[in-house]
Design a binder for this molecule. Structure first.
Ligand code: FAD
Length: 321
């Protein structure tokens, strides 16, 4: 059953985030041979339409307005609803990012549609599209279908492989006039904390520290290991609460949910709230001096030892490769 599917691209610092390409790949599955229409919303974003097409979108609808320079749920929902009105899609997919988590429920409510959030896999099965999503803090997975109306879902980053970029692909990039008006809040300026290196939510490798790192300086060997692996540094809430690092690094139920290819947990006990944010990582390595630590129950590889000895050794060995 072929469908028309809208895939919302997410722009950060003038480029599309990886999750946009992953969501296009999910859109192809939902479309089942139908049309995937990329959607770009922002101030000057039209040039990125070409990227969406090269990663698999058939064409792109763009809503540009200087009032959309920064994300606001009011402005972006008006823009997306205008595209939905003109395209009348069978499905809508958005990345399960801070933006997607805010925009998707708002738009779904306006459309009186159901929403499957945080999908980690998509497959077509007969007349339905089946979405897999984690439940109970990642302890189990459920499969969900939407039986009636628009198929609306958010896609967790780092779970669905993007399609190969094909520079020969072409498609129309059209502007939709959304007539953005009556915004209740105008964002004048965004003051962003400058974070060094790789973006945690998109990192393929994360080296995470817990209360076991004992101080802010204790994160230095973790940062060195992350650097040689081209990864990012994360943390448990224990480490954040202790003031060893910024809360923007927190992974878990009340922090970021990450699914890197490799997650190295250093001095983290493995509380359920932490596992909720990382247990779906592809390979988990745990370094802890307590052999009974719960983190070993989810780890693929466990090293019982002092992280201040083990982490520098790992860094040195990896440097030799
Ligand atoms: P600890 O539990 O103190 O563990 C430290 C570990 O380090 C121990 O296992 C110890 O053996 C090991 N260690 C010590 N020294 C060394 C060394 N030199 N070498 C190797 N190992 C060493 N937590 C999160 O992480 N993320 C969340 O989002 C989150 N949300 C929460 C939400 C709620 C509502 C609640 C109630 C709690 C939440 N928590 C969250 C907190 C969670 O319950 C734990 O308290 C927290 O994860 C513990 O952090 P930790 O593992 O770093 O510290």
């Amino acid at each position: 059953m072929s469908r028309k599917v809208l895939v919302v691209g997410e722009v950060r610092d003038g480029s599309l985030r990886n999750v946009s390409y992953e969501t296009i790949a999910a859109g192809k599955t939902v479309a089942e041979g139908g049309e995937v229409v990329g959607v770009l919303i922002g101030d000057a974003v039209k040039d990125l339409g070409k990227d969406m097409i090269q990663y698999g979108a058939d064409r792109v609808a763009v809503v540009e307005d200087e009032k959309l320079k920064s994300y606001s749920s009011d402005g972006f929902s008006q823009a997306l609803l205008a595209v939905i009105e003109s395209e009348k899609p069978d499905g809508i997919l958005i990345g399960h990012t801070a933006l997607g988590k805010d925009l998707a429920p708002k738009v779904a409510a306006k459309l009186d549609a159901g929403l499957i959030s945080d999908a980690t896999a998509v497959e077509s099965a007969g007349e339905h599209v089946v979405f897999t999503r984690p439940i109970y803090s990642g302890k189990a997975f459920e499969k969900k279908i939407i039986t009636d109306g628009i198929i609306f879902a958010t896609i967790r980053p780092n779970n669905i492989s993007p399609l190969e970029k094909d520079e020969s692909r072409t498609g129309d990039i059209e502007t939709v006039d959304a007539g953005i008006k009556d915004l209740r809040a105008i964002i004048k300026e965004v003051v962003r904390k400058v974070s060094e290196g790789v973006d945690l939510s998109e990192a393929k490798v994360i080296v995470s520290g817990g209360r076991g790192v004992k101080s802010a300086d204790g994160f230095k060997p973790l940062k060195e290991l992350a650097d040689v692996l081209g990864g990012a540094v994360g943390a448990s809430r224990g480490a954040c609460d202790a003031g060893y690092c910024d809360y923007s690094l927190q992974i878990g139920q009340t922090g970021k949910v990450v699914t890197p290819d490799l997650y190295i947990a250093c001095g983290i006990s493995g509380a359920i709230q932490h596992l909720a944010g990382m247990s779906n990582s592809k390979v988990i390595v745990a370094i802890n001096k307590d052999p009974e630590a719960n983190i070993f129950n989810v780890a693929d590889y466990g090293i019982v030892g002092d992280l201040f000895e083990v982490v520098p050794l790992l860094t040195e060995e990896i440097k030799k490769l």
